[in-house]
Design a protein around this ligand. Structure first.
Ligand code: F0G
Length: 358
């Protein structure tokens, strides 16, 4: 049967009923791609899979949560939704609101969201309000506005977002035919790590599986409030999607790590870019920089010897949260292509391709 989207496929796990109008773009069912080139850098016993959430309809994992949040908002009679965003949430909110025929308002840190994401919010017809502050300021404002005015908040503090996003965990177990040993994930506002942990636990509680993975969360080193144990007033990282100093689901992330006996650690921008390029060049996957934090994280832990004590085959799943096309400027900046152009001349091209000796 053709894929029916997150709500219908995971109906029994979600707070929906026959009264819920289903607003879907057939999100979910994203590929779980083996990455032997990364596994060989981790351990001879490692199998690494990349869950490419960039293959969702708006190009990020947010679609899993947004289908549920917008459907429930429409069920409750909402005529408008609002969110703060580093870009992907705004793209998903705008698209699902467009699908539902309701208004969307997105509040973003001016000059700090990737161009692809901004273009999505704009073309889907969202009202885009750039503020002279960061994501944390934006979230505080939309929280207050949604409490005082008739507009539904669709950030991940909306529990329906978490409900939708937890389906990623169930999907991984079904695709793998087992529970991964490790689940590596970038952490920004910490909704997704909270959601995945909830998904794994519920799948186990229902008796479908009997184990749980260790949760490995990774923050950018200049935006690592959870690792540092205090809010960061001026977060900094080239991974703008996770440039967050005071995550809303802080406690959810801490619980996931503690309960799973996993860890949360930092990766530097340099490590993020290195993993970003490695994935593109050796695996064939173009994910956005924030997504590369999960792969950068396991590479770092491998170097530190974290996996060295395991002498039997084990499985790591890394969540690639968003598509590389979201942030084309970063890809071009990293590669720094030459500005040189060529004449319309075969020999000039042959020389460029094969060098002088031919
Ligand atoms: N990766 C990407 C590509 C993201 O866009 C985000 C969050 C994360 C990772 C972190 O997920 O916040 O659940 O811990 N983006 C949000 C947004 C904040 O507004 O699009 P998280």
């Amino acid at each position: 049967m053709a894929w029916r989207g997150v709500i219908k496929e995971y109906w029994d796990f979600l707070p929906v009923s026959r009264k819920t109008p289903i607003v879907t773009l057939l999100e979910g069912n994203t590929p779980l791609i083996p990455a032997p080139k990364i596994a060989e850098r981790i351990s001879p016993y490692a199998q690494v899979y990349l869950k490419f959430e960039g293959m969702n309809p708006t190009g990020s994992f947010k679609d899993r949560g947004m289908t549920v949040a917008v459907s429930k908002a429409v069920e409750a009679g909402a005529k408008a939704v609002i969110c703060a965003s580093t870009g992907n949430t705004s793209a998903a909110a705008a698209a699902y609101a467009a699908r539902a025929g309701i208004k969307s308002v997105v509040v973003i840190p001016a000059g700090n969201i990737a161009y692809g994401k901004l273009s999505q919010a704009l073309i889907h017809g969202a009202q885009v309000l750039p503020i002279e502050g960061n994501f944390d300021d934006a979230l505080r404002l939309v929280r207050e506005i949604s409490q005082e005015y008739p507009i539904e908040l669709v950030n991940s503090i909306n529990p329906y977002r978490i409900e939708g996003q937890k389906t990623g965990a169930i999907e991984i177990c079904r695709q793998l035919g087992r529970v991964p040993d490790f689940h590596a994930i970038p952490v920004g506002n910490a909704g997704n790590i909270t959601a995945y942990w909830k998904g794994y636990k519920e799948y186990k509680e229902r008796g479908f599986v009997s184990r749980l993975p260790k949760m490995l969360g990774f923050q950018a080193s200049g935006a690592a409030p959870i690792v540092k144990g205090r809010p960061i007033k001026h977060p900094r990282t080239i991974a703008t999607a996770i440039k967050i100093g005071n995550p809303a689901s802080w406690q959810g992330a801490v619980n996931a790590v503690k309960e799973s006996r996993g860890l949360i650690d930092v990766v530097t921008d340099r490590e993020i870019i290195s993993a970003y390029k490695l994935m593109a060049r050796e695996v064939g996957i173009f994910a956005e920089p924030a997504s590369a934090a999960s792969v950068a994280g396991i590479l770092k832990k491998a170097k530190e010897g974290y996996f060295a004590k395991i002498k039997r085959p084990f499985v790591i799943v890394c969540i690639l949260t968003g598509h590389g096309l979201k942030d084309p400027d970063r890809a071009v900046a990293v590669v720094k292509p030459s500005k040189r152009t060529y004449p319309v001349d075969k020999s000039a091209l042959v020389k460029a391709i094969f060098g002088k000796r031919i």
